[in-house]
Design a protein around this ligand. Structure first.
Ligand SMILES: *[C@@H]1O[C@H](CO)[C@@H](O)[C@H](O)[C@H]1NC(C)=O
Ligand SMILES: *[C@@H]1O[C@H](CO)[C@@H](O)[C@H](O)[C@H]1NC(C)=O
Length: 274
């Protein structure tokens, strides 16, 4: 049995979701290292002098070798493929030691998710600050909401105002995962529904096939809604088959509807009862 509903998620609901995510967050247990040595890593550009500084130097278990992107690079990125999804909790980077006091790591963003395209995955923690970007610095990027991730990336957006010299030089990248099912915990919100599909409707006609901003695996509809809330550009989402949670940037303006007072997210959902 399914019904079509158009609804605005109110700020109150968002606050409830936020509380649930805080409760889930405080219930986290231990983190365990994911063995990354020798896993496949690639990067946007390779710097070469007498050494070919490839991406894999950042996961070779050796602090004295490092990966190094080349200049110019319109958007330097580095990507590690874990091979299978893990419930990620933290990314730790040790920057290159003994070279280049130019705060090159400043504004680097760590992300983790299921997409090989870094732009589609949510960040873990905040961009690296200048003080975190000295040579040989150890920088932690906590993934505030545990999420299933196969890909771990670092990237520097040249448009960021803090960028100094945008080069990724990574001595080592380490990844920690949750091992007590943190990515699969159920929440109590929306217990009546297990899936919701998103359609872009205007005056009862389908106006667009929404292509997702990001895709996550979420245990529940509420967690999917929480992921949308956390993502800066997500205004709508769909959730359903295989626990796939698709985040979309299609908002009320796009659909051509004036949001009501105090509302912030527009969703068109086709609920599927349990
Ligand atoms: C960097 O070098 C590696 C190893 O030689 C190569 O496989 C990869 O394609 C290179 N990456 C780029 C962006 O050129
Ligand atoms: C909503 O979507 C439209 C069309 O894609 C876009 O121009 C507008 O900036 C978006 N509004 C917000 C608040 O993001």
């Amino acid at each position: 049995m399914s019904t079509v509903r158009c609804s605005f998620v109110s700020n109150l609901l968002l606050k409830m979701l936020m509380m649930i995510s805080i409760i889930l967050h405080s219930a986290h247990c231990e983190l365990a290292a994911v063995y990354v040595t020798g896993k496949t890593a690639v990067q946007s550009t390779n710097f070469t002098d007498n050494v070919h500084y490839t991406a894999d130097y950042a996961v070779d278990g050796n602090l004295y070798s490092s990966s190094h992107t080349h200049l110019p690079d319109p958007h330097p990125w580095w990507r590690l493929d874990l091979g299978t999804p893990h419930c990620l909790g933290r990314i730790t980077v040790i920057t290159r030691q003994g070279c280049c006091d130019q705060y090159r790591f400043t504004a680097a963003l760590a992300r983790a998710g299921l997409s090989p395209n870094y732009a589609e995955n949510r960040p873990c923690g905040s961009p690296a600050t200048r003080t975190e970007s000295t040579t040989g610095a150890t920088v932690d990027f906590p993934c505030d909401t545990p999420r299933m991730a196969r890909y771990v990336t670092l990237d520097i957006d040249l448009a960021s105002p803090d960028v100094t010299l945008p080069i990724l030089q990574l001595a080592e990248v380490m990844v920690d995962e949750y091992t007590s099912g943190e990515c699969t915990k159920n929440s109590n919100l929306a217990p009546k529904f297990e899936s919701a599909t998103f359609e872009v409707l205007h005056k009862n006609s389908l106006v667009a096939n929404a292509s997702p901003l990001a895709t996550e695996v979420a245990r529940s509809l509420a967690l999917c809604a929480g992921y949308c809330m956390e993502h800066g550009q997500c205004f709508s989402f769909d959730y359903g088959s295989g626990k796939q949670c698709h985040l979309h940037n299609l908002n009320a303006t796009y659909i051509g509807i004036t949001p009501s007072e105090g509302s912030s997210v527009y969703v068109v959902l086709k609920f599927q009862s349990k």
